[in-house]
Design a protein around this ligand. Structure first.
Ligand SMILES: *Cc1c(COP(=O)(O)O)cnc(C)c1O
Length: 722
């Protein structure tokens, strides 16, 4: 489906784009036709780098933009990553650079030019251009509207254009030319972070914004024909400039931004599987391919076969692509191997060797996100609730997957959950819904977490801490859990005046959305009214509240018309209601995301009247075979399921749990199931053959709700996204 926003098309095109960059540096058609090569490398391949900048625009700048407070930390986290890559790349090319004498006669000005603009090797200009461009764009956005920034960047691009492809025109104006010449002391090209990058970052941010508004959609044929015609234009432009020898350099064309917009829009619609691996591999191909080019030249001195690979440009291109791909692929595998080692287990082999584990169904999650998005009113975005380890699903894999879908704002219950996400590199807004002890306020600053104001007293306490903290004010509109009373307007005004609190939002929690009972419905209405009356009063008092939110799963499902800027969705996102029978006004189809598995450790045969387990709570009424399962109540399997209450699925058959569930082990009767062996998999929640056990079943058997069953699933279960 189209609104399943996964951006797989962007991932695939990264690989194509990076091979275009390689073409740029190897001139594959030069041996056959210099004209054809000009077209390929100086026109077509020029689409590659703007595309990369636009991706950054969509994922980094757009996020910066959606944050009303222009919070810089998500950009900063990205910058740190790019700096790390840039630093690593500098190191790789240091020997070649020294050998080629790049670092001789280093002056401050030269270092400035090299590291901030040109890059210390010919392709490495990309990193400083990205960093400088990004900083410039964020700075502009701090002071000007998006539209003004776009105009400014377009002007910068035009200025750059006349130092690049249109240099021949500039030369007719000696005064201008001398200004440019002076600037070229500082950077060799105008294709850099000042003139080139900002426009594409902003165009990417804009394209991303459009793609996330699912309603206004253009047919892809429009983008494709736009791409075709603008590319024709760019080709004509390039050939004419080339013919009249006007180019000083050939990275910037008038038609390039237009062409890039159409290309990007078309790619957003290209329905492909997203792939982390392709993303990483293309980055490394970008970094490594010049090293491969150098290495091939070196080897050519030693071998005749390799000589051919240098002399024939096309063969050279193909060889460089292949070898770079191999090198980048191996490096990616190596890095991800190291990462996995640092986690507690090699995640993707868990189904082969794991003791007990959870699988998360990626496509179910995507589908839930897109059906829930359809329910959201305008201006409202999902703020998934990742408390209690994402209701047992695993906060980190969920956050990462949701990031992939363009969702960056999350809620958690407590500060430690927020810190855990930050330490794992999750960057967007993280709102703590519950109480944080004053001794831990320092963590709010350190990890830039957003705190809920649980009442007026608490606001005072937080304000006294003395550092600026982002907060959402909880308002009690009748649930009487957390929040300052909606009627206490004087206190709430005072909270707004506290110097150290950066007030981002006010919110309330509705507590009777899950039934059709008229009294409950009236109560919802009352809560909403109390909340918005307060917001209006604040406004009249000159204290407009930047954002508001009221919705959680049942609110959204049953009262989708209630407005707000966020929907704090928990259980529905995980594909469940709390109880099977709960009323749901929106007739939407949610898919459970989680399945839970364990393994048969051993099989025991009991004679009639023999007992098993603690207190010998099970007695065999007939000769019985029992399977010993590698899961227990410490993993979150409720002990109430003991002694025949619960069951598991083995090879498509249902086996009753017998005896008492232990901390780490459980027994199931497999007497009537053929062909069961030690090592076989048992399903606790999920499907096996035609049978299925859902979290609803477990909740009903133990007298609770799915929320409790799921959120109690233990920490030692491995979690794998499939
Ligand atoms: C847990 C929680 C939610 C999420 O509730 P669901 O019913 O799971 O969607 C939303 N808001 C607050 C304040 C919560 O504590």
């Amino acid at each position: 489906m189209e609104h399943n926003k996964t951006y797989g098309g962007l991932d695939t095109f990264r690989l194509i784009a990076v091979f275009l960059v390689v073409a740029n540096h190897t001139a594959p058609l030069e041996t056959f036709s210099p004209e054809a090569d000009f077209f390929l490398t100086r026109i077509l391949a020029r689409l590659a780098v703007p595309f990369f900048f636009m991706v950054t625009g969509q994922f980094v700048v757009a996020r910066y933009l959606t944050d009303t407070n222009r919070n810089f930390h998500s950009v900063w986290d990205y910058i740190k990553k790019i700096l790390l890559l840039y630093g690593f790349a500098i190191l790789i090319y240091l020997p070649v650079g020294i050998y080629a004498g790049f670092y001789q006669k280093m002056t401050v000005l030269r270092a400035f030019k090299m590291f901030l603009f040109d890059g210390p090797f010919y392709h490495l200009w990309y990193f400083p251009a990205l960093l400088v461009g990004l900083l410039l764009v964020c700075l502009m956005l701090r002071f000007f509207s998006f539209r003004s920034c776009m105009m400014l960047s377009a002007v910068l691009y035009l200025v750059g254009l006349f130092g690049d492809s249109y240099w021949g025109v500039t030369m007719h104006f000696p005064a201008a030319a001398s200004v440019y010449e002076a600037c070229f002391q500082l950077f060799s090209y105008t294709r850099n972070g000042l003139f080139f990058t900002p426009l594409f970052l902003l165009l990417g941010a804009q394209a991303g914004g459009i793609s996330s508004q699912d309603k206004k959609r253009h047919k892809n044929i429009l983008h494709l024909s736009g791409l075709f015609f603008s590319f024709l234009l760019m080709t004509a432009e390039g050939l004419i400039l080339h013919h009249f020898h006007l180019q000083r350099h050939d990275s910037m064309y008038l038609a390039l931004p237009v062409c890039s917009i159409f290309l990007y829009r078309a790619l957003l619609k290209w329905n492909r599987k997203p792939s982390n691996r392709i993303r990483t591999i293309s980055t490394w191909i970008y970094i490594l391919h010049p090293a491969v080019i150098v290495m091939l030249r070196f080897l050519a001195k030693l071998s005749n076969v390799v000589k051919f690979l240098i002399a024939n440009c096309l063969a050279n291109y193909i060889a460089v692509c292949l070898l770079s791909f191999l090198a980048a692929g191996s490096l990616t595998v190596l890095i991800s191997g190291l990462r996995h080692k640092s986690l507690h287990a090699p995640a993707n082999t868990a189904s082969a060797t794991g003791r007990a584990w959870i699988t998360l169904d990626r496509s179910a999650l995507h589908s839930n996100v897109s059906v829930l998005k359809e329910l959201l009113p305008d201006e409202c975005v999902l703020m998934p609730v990742l408390k209690a380890n994402a209701y047992g699903h695993g906060a980190l894999p969920m956050a990462k997957e949701l990031n992939q879908m363009g969702i960056y704002d999350f809620c958690v219950a407590c500060v430690s959950e927020g810190v855990q996400l930050r330490k794992s590199g999750i960057t967007g807004e993280i709102l703590i819904l519950g109480y944080t002890h004053p001794d831990q306020f320092v963590l709010l600053c350190k990890y830039h977490l957003t705190q809920t104001i649980v009442d007026y007293e608490y606001a005072n306490e937080l304000n006294r801490f003395g550092k600026k903290i982002r907060v959402h004010i909880a308002i009690d509109t009748g649930m009487h859990r957390l929040g300052e009373y909606a009627g206490h307007t004087e206190q709430i005004y005072k909270i707004f005046e506290m110097k150290n609190l950066i007030i981002v939002s006010a919110y309330t929690h509705l507590c009777t959305c899950d039934t059709q009972d008229p009294a409950d419905q009236a109560f919802v209405k009352k809560q909403v009214q109390l909340f918005y009356n307060l917001i209006d009063e604040l406004k009249c008092h000159g204290l407009p509240c930047p954002k508001t939110h009221l919705q959680s799963s049942y609110g959204l499902l049953n009262y989708p018309q209630i407005s707000g800027n966020y929907a704090r969705v928990g259980i529905a996102l995980y594909g469940m209601k709390s109880s099977r029978e709960d009323y749901c006004f929106s007739n939407i189809h949610l898919q459970p995301v989680l399945s839970l598995y364990c393994r048969i450790a051993s099989i025991k045969e009991l004679a009639q009247d023999e007992g098993a387990g603690y207190s010998l709570a099970f007695t065999a009424k007939r000769p019985t075979k029992i399977a010993i399962l590698t899961i227990g109540y410490a993993d979150g399997l409720p002990r109430e399921l003991s002694c025949g209450v619960g069951s598991v699925l083995i090879n498509g058959h249902r086996a009753h749990i017998v005896g008492r569930i232990c901390m780490d082990q459980t027994m199931a009767d497999i007497t009537d199931i053929p062909d069961v062996n030690a090592g076989d998999i048992a399903v606790i929640i999920g499907k096996s053959g035609k049978e299925e056990i859902t979290a609803y079943d477990l909740a009903e058997q133990t007298g609770t709700i799915t929320n409790e069953i799921l959120s109690r699933l233990g920490a030692r279960l491995e979690r794998i996204m499939v």
